[in-house]
Write a protein that binds this ligand. Structure first.
Ligand code: SF4
Length: 246
């Protein structure tokens, strides 16, 4: 059985959600998901804005970010055709919401070492016998290759979320196999606020990745799962989940 690394954070959130998505239930499109797609696309273009930025005034970076957002607005329907079917009002709402984030994003991006988010490669497919995935970027940190993931949810007050850390560690492990090198660090780009955090790839997390993948396989093979009922109220799969029928 082959497991996609991108399912790992979903599994850690709710095992039932993971099982529903693996067996082929689609996301129901809503403004929140459109926002996620557009924000991710924009986040991938932050390096373009930072390349032009001379490091002096954040108002200059704000202008550059606004330009890149305009580019995303222009291109998004070609990249994600789902945007072709979106009501004009919803389309505008997505981009107005993103525009309001510019002051916070530019303040935080102005503080980072811009080179840390310049990709050596983007959308890199990595695969081993049992797992595979597409890592958003490979970047250089402290002179060495590192996987970097774009996340559209807010960051924790310090460090990175456990699910993000494990997913990035899984990509680091795949990258080590692919390139036959040791990966020391990984990185998460929290693009909705412009915060970028790297962290060491630790032995305990490598162990947890292997355990998590084993548990994911067992969940699918045994067709059993636990539900995270704390999340049900806001879950977009609630209508098809039928958890209250169990
Ligand atoms: S409705 Fe609840 S149990 Fe079902 S997938 Fe969503 S979060 Fe999980």
């Amino acid at each position: 059985m082959h497991i996609k690394v991108s399912y790992m954070p979903i599994y850690l959130k709710c095992q039932r959600m993971f099982r529903l998505l693996v067996v082929g239930h689609e996301y129901e499109m809503n403004v929140g998901l459109l926002l996620h797609l557009a924000q991710k696309e924009w986040g991938l273009r932050y390096p373009r804005a930072l390349k032009e930025f001379d490091g002096s005034q954040t108002s200059e970076l704000e202008k550059l970010l606004l330009e890149t957002l305009g580019g995303v607005k222009h291109d998004i329907s070609h990249i994600h055709p789902v945007f072709r079917d979106v009501e004009k009002e919803d389309f505008e709402q997505v981009f107005q919401t993103l525009e309001k984030r510019i002051p916070e994003i530019s303040c935080n991006l102005a503080l980072i070492d811009a080179r840390s988010i310049f990709p050596v490669q983007t959308d890199v497919f990595l695969s081993s016998k049992e797992i595979s995935g597409v890592v958003d970027k490979i970047v250089i940190i402290d002179g060495s290759y590192a996987p970097s993931l774009i996340k559209t949810h807010p960051p924790p007050s310090v460090g990175v979320w456990k699910a993000d850390r494990l997913q990035a560690t899984a990509y680091a492990m795949l990258l080590e196999d692919e390139m036959d090198i040791r990966i020391e660090k990984a990185q998460i780009e929290y693009v909705s606020s412009g915060i970028v955090r790297d962290f060491p790839v630790k032995t305990a997390d490598r162990r947890n990745v292997i355990k998590c993948l084993e548990d994911m396989k067992a969940t699918l093979e045994q067709e059993r799962d636990n539900r995270n009922e704390k999340m049900c109220g806001s879950c977009y799969l609630r209508r098809i989940c039928k958890w209250d029928d169990d």
